[in-house]
Design a binder for this molecule. Structure first.
Ligand code: OOG
Ligand code: NI
Length: 456
């Protein structure tokens, strides 16, 4: 039996290598990383309780390495090949996002680690979109785009060989893993030379800027890398003094005592020089983003969130409406803003751990928590939000591209392209919650409570 590198270690190597490459390609990303690191350090210093909680939950370690990226693919073959590439690094497709609702001709998934230990080590995720040429009205242009896409190969021969080797032998040796990371990086590199001429590029832009971005290049350049901050309002406020102009509003829930789901903001895409068959022009694709992650919500919590967000967007769109922030805060005022309340109401997912001892037979789980024997840590939301993602897409595509495609989800087609089904994110959080609770109750000698916990 050969000694293989752990997929978690390959993912860490890859995430680090991507970060280094993107820092060189987009210097503003490096500036943003520095800003986020400083704000995180200051936040932890000012809030010892948060520091202690993250430390006890084993979450401090992942903070500095944590980031997500995004890519956009052109064909089913590309999506299935990228799935196999990410699988080598322990990243699986989780969730299905339909962006057609927002007038963006893609549907997406997030490749990410799913196991508890893997998430703790390095939760690197890639939001991966597949272009939907079926939504393009101009069928001739769609056919032309498809032809262009079938001519490219986005994975190097060496990377492909190593993916196949890893599948055949069940992993990669350390040396193979290093070569694999080096080769995999090539797929996501920026190409300043387009594969199409100016005229084709312009026709694609006219159909949708996003289509031009996917079709005109040799590969799916990484379009942003996003560090995780503990205080997104502070980073947003400080961006201008670092020479970065953020988008106007932060996507997601409003600022609260207890962070839920995901808040995100980005800065505008850079205009970059591109050569189109010898002719110099430009293209905007790559940008920067930051995110603040909170607790994952249960289906009941998520339904509340979706309703509040929909109402806020509706109200804010009315004439004479107050600012979006004001409306958003008002809509979320009835959303419980306290971890214990979120837990008791079954609105959020937790991870349980033992923190003391008990020598009596407790009658409820709440008893064990009240006495300090059992601790419920909030589970970090590891996924994305479709409405927020649409806002991020739009902020760097330009408002004029918000054409309406009508809701047109097609998860079956996406999964057929992917070659497997996407994993249901809610099931992952629920499994972590129940497994951690069962283990903690057993360790505390409170097995009699396991069944009640599973019933709820
Ligand atoms: C992806 C936009 C979505 C997020 O964090 O929600 C996204 C893209 O622009 O390709 O990255
Ligand atoms: Ni993003």
């Amino acid at each position: 039996m050969q000694d293989f590198s752990a997929p978690d270690d390959i993912r860490s190597l890859f995430s680090q290598a991507m970060s280094e490459m993107y820092r060189k390609e987009v210097p503003q990303y490096g500036t943003l990383m520095d800003l986020v690191r400083d704000v995180n350090a200051a936040t932890l210093k000012a809030d010892p309780e948060l520091n202690a909680r993250l430390d006890a939950a084993g979450e401090l370690g992942r903070l500095d390495v944590e980031r997500h990226g995004a890519i956009r693919l052109g064909t089913a073959e590309e999506l299935s090949m990228i799935r196999r590439m990410f699988a080598v690094m322990g990243m699986l497709p989780v969730g299905y996002y339909d962006l057609s609702v927002a007038g963006i001709p893609v549907h997406s998934t997030a490749f990410r680690p799913v196991e508890d230990a893997a998430l703790k080590q390095n939760p690197f995720r890639v939001f991966t979109s597949l272009l939907r040429l079926d939504l393009v009205e101009d069928r001739d242009l769609a056919a032309k785009a498809e032809n262009i896409l079938t001519l490219r190969q986005i994975v190097t021969d060496e990377a492909k060989a190593l993916i196949e080797l890893s599948e055949a032998q069940g992993g990669l040796t350390k040396e193979q893993a290093h070569t694999f990371v080096h080769e995999a990086l090539e797929t996501f590199r920026w190409h300043s030379e387009a594969t199409v001429c100016t005229q084709t590029y312009n026709a694609l832009v006219d159909a949708h800027r996003l289509i031009a971005d996917v079709v005109s290049f040799k590969g799916p350049h990484i379009n942003h890398l996003t560090p995780r901050t503990l205080n997104i309002d502070a980073v947003q406020a400080k961006m201008p003094s670092y020479g970065i102009t953020p988008k106007a509003v932060i996507e997601g829930p409003p600022r609260r005592e207890t962070d839920i789901l995901l808040r995100q903001t980005s800065f505008k895409a850079l205009e970059e020089t591109v050569v189109f068959h010898g002719e110099t022009g430009s293209h905007t694709a790559r940008f920067g983003e930051i995110e603040q992650r909170g607790v994952a919500l249960t289906p009941a919590g998520r339904a509340l969130y979706d309703a509040a967000l929909t109402n806020a967007r509706h109200t804010a769109a009315q004439a004479d409406a107050p600012t979006y922030e004001t409306v958003l805060e008002a809509e979320f005022s009835s959303f419980p803003d306290d971890l214990d309340c979120l837990r008791r109401d079954g609105l959020a997912f937790f991870r349980y751990r033992v923190s003391g001892t008990v020598n009596h037979k407790a009658t409820t789980i709440d008893d064990l928590i009240a006495t300090g024997a059992l601790v419920a840590d909030p589970q970090v939301y590891e996924d994305f939000l479709p409405v927020s993602a649409a806002g991020i897409f739009q902020s760097n595509l330009g408002a004029e591209d918000q054409s309406n495609y009508r809701a047109n989800a097609n998860q079956d087609a996406f999964e057929a392209a992917l070659g497997v089904s996407v994993i249901d994110e809610m099931a992952l959080y629920a499994d972590i919650q129940s497994a951690s609770l069962t283990a903690a109750l057993t360790a505390l000698g409170q097995d009699h409570l396991v069944e009640t916990s599973q019933a709820g």
